[in-house]
Design a protein around this ligand. Structure first.
Ligand code: ADP
Ligand code: ADP
Length: 586
């Protein structure tokens, strides 16, 4: 039998996971579900779903419910529960007066798909104040802070009361890596090391993180609990599917097998800097860790609206170390590490003499200089597995989808230009799907007419298909009158602003009418066609189109070339391979 780990044997009350189990026992489940179906229910937010899961399995131990007013106020002001236990983050269930909750009542908590999760007995309903919560927890009221902004949309009352959890939120991804505190502690116990050092992350891991975690393993002579947050992180972060592929590859290949446990944490982060770091340490205590790595700017939300960082880079270390004795978690501080190319190793910045050459790649550079351009990250910065996974997840611009959306009057030249464009795109290495208004109306939108509703339905159908094509890396050229601005904007939102190119074919009505390719303007003037765009129905020109075409002074070929040039400048079309003077590719 292995030596028992300190973390599991020497639980320091009140943490260490009281093995709270709010899950209703199997025998009672059917009855409880039947009962729940008779109750009034509320749908809780994705964040509250994460919090509920953490509460249910004991990750927030000793907290076993969404906080009541006494705990809430005490946490806000003193970073302690009302019984004195250190706990820096309020865990609340915000509801609205119009939800109609009543004291003493049982309610069913459901997720956004209406799946039943838990029964809560409403013991308390109390108002909370946005400004106060922002100031106390996040030390700011600046709406650039993601939680300050999000909290402004929460209901004004907090509901609290005992929970009976009937169903944990379901996860179908990486199930083998999703473990409760009790399960993680059981695994750690089989490893036979006294100490466990936890590492929290919301980013892909590069060489620098590998170095830092290995130093921590050596320092405590223990096991690394690689414990990434996969609930909610900072908006814009690399998605967790991609990150977990990276963690799996690294943990399997670059660490001693008996020195690492990879487990996923369904935590919804708050980006609360120092308070969040202390909270992270307590959570990891519940999973059996007795050491916790805190680096530079832990759980930092970036800069405020004046460009100043919300928290000092080492504030989080200060707070976590201050409470080490009470939490039972030793803080393992790390300064920023940088790469020394001449020695091929990483070192803490303060230990490097001024004249020694160092290298670093910032997060922005990773995205813009490497991934967007389809360049693999260099091997001193990332393991090849990481570089490859990130390269696949973030393809270069020319492999990303794009939607070219022509809008303009009937006869303006949308279809004519789109056909030329298709050939030029093929020449440049991009195959495009054409969704031409007239053609779409013969199948996808068959039966729709030209009333406002029917036109909107037609455009939104084209937009839906265009969004799917774009999302899967394809090129789509749409040519429809699309006369209404709001509908075009709705399509832009469906496709994704970055990948939507609105091309206004700005041909005056008089010219279109003179061309009158299909004789429709004449009919419209005679009143034989009702609601004809430009004659008897409005055309709302785009306010900020990416491109505007002039078909009176430019030929279709000139216009199509201008579009390809525009795409090439932005990386959507590959640069032409350089050609040497004798005509051979260089
Ligand atoms: P839409 O698709 O906008 O309804 P079409 O492309 O079907 O318009 O029709 C435009 C008509 O105008 C075609 O007959 C085309 O030959 C003519 N035309 C004349 N000059 C141009 C130009 N510079 N660009 C596009 N079309 C032009
Ligand atoms: P929309 O954005 O209006 O759905 P489409 O490109 O799908 O535009 O269809 C417009 C085409 O259908 C025009 O090019 C024209 O040839 C024809 N059409 C028939 N009736 C009308 C109408 N009342 N208004 C505009 N176009 C019409």
């Amino acid at each position: 039998m292995h030596a028992k780990i300190e973390a599991a044997t020497n639980l320091i009350a009140p943490y260490g996971g009281r093995l709270i189990d709010l899950l209703a026992p199997e025998e009672e489940l059917a009855e409880a579900k039947a009962y729940a179906s008779t109750l009034p229910s509320i749908q809780i937010s994705p964040r509250s779903v994460c919090d509920l899961e953490m509460l249910a399995v004991g990750s927030f131990s000793p907290v076993d419910r969404f906080m009541g007013e006494a705990d809430y106020r005490s946490v806000l002001h003193d970073m302690r529960l009302s019984d004195g236990t250190v706990f820096p983050m309020p865990i609340t269930l915000p509801v609205r007066p119009e939800d109609g909750l009543e004291l003493g009542q049982d309610i069913a908590l459901r997720d956004s798909m209406n799946d039943l999760l838990a029964i809560m007995t409403v013991e308390e309903l109390y108002p909370w104040d946005h400004a106060e919560a922002s100031e106390k927890v996040f030390a700011t009221q600046d709406a650039k802070h993601p939680l300050v902004a999000e909290m402004a949309r929460w209901g004004g009352l907090n509901a609290s009361g005992p929970l009976r959890v009937l169903q944990l939120p379901r996860h179908y991804d990486f199930v083998e890596l999703r473990r409760t505190p009790a399960e993680v502690r059981a695994v750690l116990e089989t490893y036979g090391h006294r100490n466990v050092v936890a590492f929290q992350t919301r980013n892909p891991m590069h060489r620098v993180h590998e170095e830092l975690t290995k130093r921590a393993i050596a320092k405590v002579d223990g096991v690394l609990l690689l414990h990434p947050s996969v609930g909610m992180t900072k908006p814009g972060d690399v998605d967790h599917y991609t990150r977990v592929r990276v963690y799996k590859a690294l943990s399997q290949k670059y660490y001693e097998p008996d020195r690492i446990v990879l487990s996923l944490l369904p935590l919804a982060m708050r980006m609360g800097g120092p308070r969040e770091a202390l909270w992270h340490a307590i959570i990891r205590r519940n999973y059996g860790a007795n050491h916790f790595i805190v680096g530079r700017d832990h759980a930092g939300p970036g800069s405020d609206s004046t460009g100043k960082p919300f928290y000092g880079p080492y504030d989080a270390q200060g707070l976590v170390s201050k409470y080490q004795v009470e939490t039972g978690v030793t803080m393992e501080p790390f300064e920023q590490l940088v790469y020394l190319p001449d020695e091929d190793r990483y070192e803490e910045v303060s230990k490097i003499p001024a004249d020694v050459k160092t290298m670093n790649i910032s997060g922005t550079q990773v995205r813009e200089e490497y991934l967007a351009k389809g360049r693999l990250l260099p091997s001193w910065f990332s393991r090849p597995e990481t570089a490859e996974i990130l390269g696949e997840a973030y393809p270069a611009r020319h492999k990303q989808g794009v939607c070219l959306w022509f809008t303009g009057l009937s006869g303006a030249g949308k279809s004519t230009t789109a056909l030329v464009l298709q050939q030029l795109l093929l020449e440049a290495g991009r195959e495009a799907t054409q969704l031409d208004g007239d053609i779409v109306r013969t199948h996808l939108s068959k039966g729709l007419g030209f009333s406002r509703e029917d036109r909107d339905a037609n455009i939104l159908r084209i937009g839906f298909v265009a969004g799917e094509i774009t999302r899967h890396g394809g090129t789509v050229v749409c040519a429809a009158v699309s006369p209404y601005r709001a509908t075009r904007d709705a399509v832009r939102a469906m496709v994704d602003d970055d990948q939507f190119v609105e091309i206004f074919v700005d041909t005056p009505l008089s010219v279109c009418e003179e061309r009158d390719v299909k004789g429709m303007y004449a009919k419209a003037r005679r009143g034989e066609i009702k609601e004809f765009t430009g004659i008897s129905d409005p055309y709302e020109p785009p306010l900020n189109p990416e491109l505007t075409l002039d078909t009176e002074n430019r030929t279709p070929v000139e216009n199509a070339r201008a579009i390809v040039d525009w795409l090439r400048e932005r990386g959507f079309v590959r640069q032409e391979a350089p050609v040497s003077a004798n005509g051979h590719k260089a």
